[in-house]
Design a protein around this ligand. Structure first.
Ligand SMILES: [Zn+2]
Length: 151
């Protein structure tokens, strides 16, 4: 399978995915709601960022008498993410703070080539990357110290 522009593609209305994801009348499985939210909310960088607790509210139930939304537990949200990943409808790096549609579904701006200057860092995943960069840099510095004989 190729992931380039040579594949036929159309443009989709993201709001249609969001409205279906949040429509309680549709009775969609929770994992499918998350997949639709990822497709409906991702930005040009391919990441769909959510506020803390936002997915819990979307996957919650409403009190039949008061109509008040009872948020889903973190476990329910995590299981729905896991199921969407298992069903190949979310990228495996998806977490409650940021859902990513699979790479073969969306032609997103990876930050490479022509679009590099337009890349918007993800506040969830790119923070992890910065931490990983710091850890890598620290290990390189430690290795240099060991090689140079310093303590
Ligand atoms: Zn992200």
């Amino acid at each position: 399978m190729t992931y380039g522009i040579e594949q036929p593609f159309t443009q989709l209305y993201q709001e249609a995915f969001v409205s279906r994801a949040l429509d309680p009348e549709l009775k969609l499985p929770k994992w499918q709601r998350l997949a639709f939210l990822a497709l409906g909310r991702h930005e040009r960088n391919g990441h769909a960022v959510f506020e803390p607790g936002e997915l819990a509210r979307y996957l919650g139930t409403s009190d039949s008498e008061t109509g008040e939304v009872i948020p889903a537990s973190a476990k329910v949200v995590d299981n729905a993410i896991r199921d969407a990943i298992k069903n190949d409808m979310l990228d495996p790096s998806s977490v409650a703070g940021c859902l990513i549609p699979p790479i073969d579904m969306v032609r997103a701006n990876s930050g490479a080539g022509h679009y590099k200057t337009e890349y918007k860092p993800c506040p969830v995943h790119d923070v992890v990357s910065k931490a990983a960069k710091r850890a890598r840099k620290a290990s390189v510095v430690a290795a240099r110290r060991r090689r140079s004989g310093a303590a």
